[in-house]
Write a protein that binds this ligand. Structure first.
Ligand code: URA
Length: 215
């Protein structure tokens, strides 16, 4: 009755259940990498048919221990609203579980940097295990980092595959590449493409739900 979303009778999400414990147990030994703030786990509906995978936490995410709560999060929320996707009904996580940062200009400050290939590789197992617990039907990747985390060096350039469902032999889910919300801010054409792709993703999700409900 919940469209496969894992809501309980009161309409609450499955947080606190077996899935939640399984997902969090996966991260216990990443603690050594967490230099800035906290490790950031996935958040949301751990039974969702859709998982969104970002790049890595930024400052606000690492402070709060939650994905996409800073500026990129505001942009993501606006895009989800446009696509008629409720943030709480999906699962949101990152390819890298800690904030990649380097010392800033002023002493004691840090600025974000892109995650190194080594860091992406170090987190890959966690991402795959996390996805195997959640078992989404579609994994929407935001930007190049999560696409590379999943597909490795063979990952196609995002410009050619965004907004298309990719099937692979390796994964039980399909991959739906999206541009990263932070990368389109100053580019009208890219931000239009991201909006259009996000709307298409919303449609896909709803088709999926009605297909599930009819079996
Ligand atoms: N950008 C990301 O890719 N992930 C976050 O959690 C925040 C910003």
């Amino acid at each position: 009755a919940d469209g496969g979303l894992g809501l309980d009778e009161a309409g609450h999400l499955g947080v606190g259940g077996v899935h939640h414990q399984q997902v969090h147990a996966l991260f216990a030994d990443l603690a050594e990498f967490v230099v800035f703030g906290q490790c950031v786990f996935g958040q949301g509906n751990e039974n969702s048919p859709l998982a969104l995978v970002g790049e890595a936490p930024g400052r606000f995410e690492a402070e709060q221990g939650l994905p996409f709560v800073g500026t990129a999060g505001k942009n993501l929320d606006a895009l989800l609203a446009m696509a008629d996707i409720r943030r709480e009904e999906i699962y949101i996580t990152n390819a890298v579980k800690f904030r990649p940062a380097r010392p800033g200009k002023r002493a004691g400050t840090f600025t974000n940097r892109p995650p190194a290939a080594k860091e992406i590789a170090r987190c890959r197992d966690y991402l795959l295990k996390e996805l195997s617990v959640v078992q989404p039907e579609i994994v929407a990747t935001l930007g190049n980092t999560p696409l590379r985390a999943l597909l490795g060096q063979a990952a196609p350039a995002i410009g050619g595959v965004h907004g298309k469902l990719l099937k692979t032999d390796e994964f039980p889910f399909q991959i739906f590449p999206l541009y990263h919300p932070a990368s389109v801010i100053y580019n009208r054409a890219l931000s239009d493409a991201l909006e259009e792709d996000m709307r298409a993703l919303g449609e896909l999700m709803r088709q999926n739900e009605s297909a599930d409900a009819s079996v």
